[in-house]
Design a binder for this molecule. Sequence first.
Ligand code: GSH
Length: 201
Amino acid sequence: MKLYHSPTSPYVRKVMVLIAETGLSGIEMVEVSGTPIAPDAGVVERNPLGKIPALERDDGPTLYDSRVICQFLNARAGAELYPAAPRLWDTLTVEATADGMLDAALLMVYESRIRPEDKRYAPWVEGQWTKIARALDVLETRWIDHLNAQLDMGQIATACALGYLDFRHASRNWRKGHARLAEWEAGFSERASLRATVPPG
Ligand SMILES: N[C@@H](CCC(=O)N[C@@H](CS)C(=O)NCC(=O)O)C(=O)O
């Protein structure tokens, strides 16, 4: 199998953390870079959306997106990062919350990097940050017990999302007003799988 990846992609990081946590081997890394307006040709060939991660398989179509790949690799490893229902529904919702934060955070990055300055719209950017701020509040309150329980993909996705906020939006200071989440993140980010996948500065 080949994983189309970039060391700065937080969605790819979810997959890399899962690989490290489950001890899966035999996955070749193919480094690529692309944006919505300049996608990587090799990625587009495998994922019509032009996005990474994409997992090329020997015995079936290429898989995307990160949630599909994570479920596939979790099953391959016989792991329980997606636990049995009913906890599964919470795990998937926490993962969706974290991925939604990433979607908003990435759109903010694209807005400042790709869109010409005279076409940028500050209220739209703030609207994206407001989504993230609401998600942080919900992780701090509704999901904090889930985060502190047995390891699952909801926790891994949350740690990758918070890491991306530190990486790309540090000045927004997500820890302010989220003391319990910050405390959880400080402990969780000490895991070897997280330390090995910190995006390069
Ligand atoms: N929902 C997708 C999002 C993946 C994604 O947006 N990846 C970014 C890299 S961080 C990308 O490939 N962007 C290129 C594009 O949007 O065309 C997933 O979970 O895999």
